[in-house]
Design a protein around this ligand. Structure first.
Ligand code: HEC
Ligand code: HEC
Length: 210
């Protein structure tokens, strides 16, 4: 027994670290490959697929959202079709210990600003709304605030900002009991008086440097 056991153990011990190294050897660029199909190779987004730009986001926010999608706090039943599609894509994620590498890689990618798809927003009006209702959390120039979990908005696609504000307002995002930061933002999105105010505030955000 003992003679059989020891070599077997030795083989196992030799194999285990090898396997772990192989997993860790996959580059962050390779981890991102399946995501690129929707979000683009430079993470600049794809409006046709409703997949937003990601490279303006900080890793800490990317990690928080991936965790929400995986746990069903975002993108579960009642969410928009786009959010449900992202929730279904979490199966493409590497093991959690590699998520920081993946998020770091995404935030290092660069792309030009996305094309404007919305017209009719008044950036000056939007600036007033933003200072009054948004800047305290997202920063005066929409650069985000890590301590408050508020993401950067400058650099985001205009269509995505509009879709998220609508989703928060209708309760399709930020409705889960455990989604504390989502619920916080849902309440704030409802403060904007209407469609024109949404266009205005987005025009202001888009006027800010990334
Ligand atoms: C099938 C297309 C598809 C694939 C593949 C996909 N995504 Fe997404 N992703 C989306 C869509 C659509 C959204 C927008 C969800 C919404 O509107 O709420 C999104 C949203 C996100 C967000 C939230 C962005 C924000 O500003 O809150 C992150 C982060 C993200 N995806 C990361 C990833 C990563 C990392 C991968 C690869 C493991 C990936 N996605 C694969 C379609 C996809
Ligand atoms: C009390 C703090 C707070 C205020 C005020 C606030 N937000 Fe937010 N906002 C957040 C947080 C936190 C999140 C991240 C939610 C999450 O984790 O899902 C967020 C997310 C968002 C998103 C989604 C970004 C993305 O990448 O998916 C948009 C768009 C947004 N806020 C716009 C606004 C606008 C416009 C206003 C003003 C009307 C505003 N916020 C006011 C805290 C705030």
């Amino acid at each position: 027994m003992r003679l059989l056991f020891i070599p077997l153990l030795a083989v196992l011990l030799a194999a285990l670290p090898g396997a772990a190294t192989a997993a860790a050897d996959i580059s962050a660029a390779d981890l991102y490959q399946p995501c690129a199909a929707c979000h683009g190779a430079d993470a600049g987004g794809n409006a046709g697929l409703q997949a937003p730009r990601l490279n303006h986001l900080r890793p800490v926010y990317i990690l928080a959202q991936l965790d929400k999608f995986q746990r069903g706090l975002r993108g579960a039943g009642g969410a928009t079709a786009a959010a449900q599609q992202m929730a279904a894509s979490v199966s493409m994620l590497p093991p959690p210990e590699r998520w920081p590498d993946l998020a770091g890689y995404i935030s290092e990618l660069a792309s030009g600003p996305s094309t404007a798809t919305l017209a009719g927003g008044d950036a000056a009006m939007g600036g007033d709304y933003f200072n009054q209702f948004c800047g305290a959390c997202h920063g005066p120039a929409a650069g985000g605030n890590v301590a408050l979990n508020a993401p950067a908005l400058a650099g985001a696609d205009d269509w995505y900002l509009a879709a998220q504000l609508q989703a928060f307002r209708s309760g399709q995002r930020g409705q889960h009991r455990e989604d504390r930061t989502g619920r916080q933002m849902r309440n704030m999105a409802r403060v904007l008086p209407g469609e024109q105010a949404i266009l205005d505030v987005i025009a202001f955000i888009r006027s800010q440097p990334e």
